[in-house]
Design a protein around this ligand. Structure first.
Ligand code: 0WE
Length: 256
């Protein structure tokens, strides 16, 4: 089936083949979407070129630091020139300085708090503003969130506060962009073993915890996040905006 035939999209946040962004990009492409990709920094350039290159040599692959307004302007100018219009945008970008994810939240420095919010939350606002003029026949913007936005997950710390901001920003963007038929939603994913999760103390125990305590008694598969990404991008979700969809084996409903 080609749920996204004739649609164009841009994907922010592919780091390697395990990235959630890559799982959603593959699912979007499988449904017929034509995609552009951005990467952050030379370190990830080769990875993204190798992965995105599988969609053809003319795939648009651009460098973008989402904290730089000039980068964002350049990326959307190039996407406008190449595609003419845009339907889909995936935001799968987050960063907090490592020490802010290790100690106590109460010790979060002003700078770590600022960086986490700039990279992980404000970037959605900046990208949505730049994308909107290209979304001339409506659009779907999808951002990735996590349960730590609404409940305390030890050590998630300032990232939880930034994800709360991301989710609230999703609602305000949905209100502003709704009249242009641009929908904005979040997927709140259960833990997935990605580059962003690697090196986080106790991550393996967290995967075991979801296996033991989620209603479905298992962890989420990247391809399941891809399928939800397709749903949100498709007309199946045409009347959904400003929402947070939990794709977490049901973990979020539990009280104990
Ligand atoms: O949003 C995330 C992680 C995002 C992330 C990861 C890193 C690691 C490397 C943001 N910034 C950094 N900074 C680094 O220096 N997740 C949902 C995955 C995650 O991260 C956790 C989790 C979970 C789940 C951190 C502590 C506790 C749980």
């Amino acid at each position: 089936m080609s749920l996204l035939a004739g649609k164009t999209g841009i994907v922010f946040g592919v780091a390697n083949k395990r990235s959630i962004a890559w799982a959603i990009a593959q699912a979007w492409a499988r449904e017929g979407a034509k995609l552009a990709f951005t990467y952050q920094g030379e370190r990830l350039k080769d990875n993204v070129e190798e992965l995105a290159g599988t969609f053809g040599a003319d795939t648009l692959i651009l460098s973008c630091d989402v904290t730089k307004d000039e980068d964002i302007a350049r990326v959307f100018a190039e996407v406008g020139a190449k595609f003419g219009k845009l339907n889909l945008l995936l935001h799968s970008v987050a960063f907090a300085p490592k020490d802010a994810l290790e100690g106590e939240f109460v010790n979060t420095s002003r700078e770590a708090y600022r960086i986490a919010h700039d990279v992980s939350a404000y970037s959605l606002v900046a990208l949505a503003r730049a994308a909107a003029p290209l979304m001339t026949d409506g659009g779907s913007i999808v951002a990735m969130s996590y349960y730590g936005a609404e409940k305390v997950v030890p050590h998630y710390n300032v990232m939880g506060v930034a994800k709360a901001s991301l989710e609230a920003s999703t609602r305000y963007l949905a209100y502003d962009l709704g009249p242009k038929k641009i929908r904005v939603n979040c997927i709140s994913a259960g833990p997935v073993n990605t580059l962003a999760a690697r090196g986080i103390a106790g991550f393996t125990d967290m995967l075991k915890h979801y296996e033991a305590h989620s209603p479905l008694k298992r962890n989420v598969l990247p391809e399941e996040l891809g399928a939800t990404g397709v749903f949100l991008a498709s007309d199946g979700a045409a009347a959904m905006t400003g929402q947070v969809l939990y794709v977490d084996s049901g973990y979020q409903i539990m009280g104990m």
